[in-house]
Design a protein around this ligand. Structure first.
Ligand code: RNT
Ligand code: ZN
Length: 421
């Protein structure tokens, strides 16, 4: 018979205590850390505007045809409620503008107001969730050629500028009504498939468009703006207007948040190493926790070394208070509720492991120039018993343990998802 869970937690607590780590404090700190779940995992980045526009031209592709995808706002909310039941702690929802509640009417994205998002705000309040927000500069006739804010046609730029302005106002109202700051993240697909003759002019146009969007001063307690770079996309392999250098410069100059997406860099480039650099010069940071695989930047997040390194940096640098953690991936080949649960639980596990790290031992070795001890201890720390602490956290939050939550997903699939023809 294995020891009962409480004994396993107590043994782990004592082992960590001997290293100067208080497991109850780590659980407490983890519980104060919100993850923003991305609504778009629930329906393969579709949204419910009932337009014919597809993801073509956006560089985004959700592959797979696993049954049961949400076909309406009501179904998406139902699936989210199920996902949140599988995740310990209170978290957030990250909405894209294409999830507007249009009530069957046609409203231009440039004319969206809080009216199209009031049902989301009301629902979020009942669920105790904060909201984050994103303008949707894709899946739209005016984005069909893959250019939006950097378009050479001023009228198309103007449309997307107005959409951006509208989204910031909506976000501020979300933040006000829910009493929780909404991060508004700007990502655009603009770029070229092949070798580009003029790399300068589109970047000049993007900077001017962003300046127009951000001209209105909004209360930072209600909404914060972030800008997200990308190395390349499908169809923008050779040139992306909003590169890392572009947005890092823009964010530093204008004191915006930079959004670092783990799938948006060269494959051997780690996001973890960027955190302590950008936070020297930007007020706060948004993370899109994701996993790149070859040319795809959006696989389900695993408890792998890159994720653990990100969490270690956030904790070691005391950056959690200045970092907004969002998820960004979409997999249509597996149960979509499970995809949310797997990625979010892994992100929380990585944070817990980092919160349980006896960092002082590593820093002392480093300061003494004893790099042998630093490396040896880092490796030994990997065997410390974080799993019983995670189980204790799940128990305290009344959330299913590892080995349990999947049964709930399977039951939900049988009772709900499989009935969606
Ligand atoms: C695209 C960016 C962006 C999107 C979402 C849907 O490469 O990562 O964050 O995934 O806006
Ligand atoms: Zn992203």
């Amino acid at each position: 018979m294995p020891p009962p869970p409480a004994d396993r937690y107590n043994a782990a607590r004592d082992q960590y205590a001997a290293l100067g780590i208080n497991t109850d404090q780590a659980i407490q700190r983890l519980n104060e850390t919100a993850i923003s779940l991305h609504c778009w995992q629930g329906d393969d980045v579709g949204g419910f505007e009932a337009s014919d526009a597809s993801l073509t031209g956006s560089g985004l592709a959700a592959t797979g045809n696993y049954p049961g995808k949400a076909r309406s706002l009501a179904e998406l909310r139902q699936d989210l409620e199920q996902a949140y039941r599988l995740i310990p702690g209170k978290h957030r929802l990250n909405l894209h503008a294409c999830y507007a509640d249009l009530g069957g009417r046609k409203v231009e994205r440039s004319h969206y107001t809080v009216a199209q998002f009031q049902s989301w705000i009301d629902w979020a309040r009942t669920q105790g969730l904060g909201l984050d927000f994103n303008p949707t500069n894709f899946a739209h006739p005016k984005a069909a050629d893959g250019f939006t804010l950097a378009h050479r046609d001023a009228s198309i730029r103007q449309y997307w500028i107005e959409h951006g302005i509208a989204c910031r106002r909506i976000a501020a109202e979300m933040g006000r009504q829910l009493g929780s700051t909404t991060v508004t993240n700007f990502w655009i697909p603009d770029g070229y498939k092949d070798i580009t003759a003029d790399r300068k002019a589109p970047r000049e146009r993007l900077a001017t468009s962003l300046d127009a969007i951000f001209a209105e001063k909004l209360d930072p307690r209600l909404t914060l703006d972030s800008v997200e770079s990308k190395l390349f996309g499908i169809g923008s392999e050779s040139y992306v207007v909003g590169s890392h250098e572009f947005y890092l410069g823009y964010a530093v100059k204008n004191q915006k948040l930079i959004c670092l997406d783990a799938g948006h860099f060269h494959p051997t480039e780690g996001l973890a190493d960027k955190i302590s650099s950008v936070l020297q010069f930007t007020p706060e940071l948004l993370l899109h926790v994701s996993r790149g695989v070859r040319w795809d930047s959006d696989h389900v997040v695993l408890l792998d070394d890159p994720l653990r390194a990100i969490a270690e940096e956030l904790v070691r640098g005391d950056f959690l208070g200045r970092t907004h953690i969002g998820l960004d991936y979409f997999d249509a080949s597996i149960n979509r509720v499970a995809a949310w649960a797997i990625g979010t639980r892994n992100t929380l596990k990585a944070l817990l492991i980092a919160l349980l790290e006896p960092t002082d031992i590593l820093r002392d070795a480093e300061a003494a120039g004893d790099h042998t001890t630093r490396l040896a201890m880092m490796e030994d720390i990997k065997s410390l018993p974080w799993a019983p602490v995670w189980a204790e956290h799940c128990r305290r939050q009344n959330t299913p343990l590892d080995g349990e939550w999947l049964r709930e997903v399977k039951a939900y699939e049988t009772n709900v998802l499989s009935r969606r023809a």
